[in-house]
Design a protein around this ligand. Structure first.
Ligand SMILES: [Zn+2]
Length: 77
């Protein structure tokens, strides 16, 4: 079960350590990113596929608790 979160760090109660925290965020490539990259690759557009991994817009944002490093939730674009 994941907590609904946005694309920016947000302030919430950590379900693990029960402290009010501002989440630490990490951008992760999503399955959609990989699929899109494969399609672009199949069309011989490898430079575009590489660009996908360099742009923020093709990635999910994962939120972690800064105090206990517990995974809180992810934001899918
Ligand atoms: Zn925590």
């Amino acid at each position: 079960m994941s907590t609904p979160v946005g694309s920016k760090p947000c302030s919430l109660l950590c379900p693990n350590c029960h402290q009010q925290v501002t989440t630490r965020t990490e951008a992760k490539a999503s399955n959609k990113t990989h699929i899109l990259a494969l399609i672009l690759g199949a069309l011989c557009l490898w430079p575009c596929a590489a660009c996908l991994y360099c742009t923020e817009c093709a990635r999910n944002t994962e939120h972690y608790c800064p105090s206990c490093n517990n995974y809180i939730g992810s934001y899918e674009r």
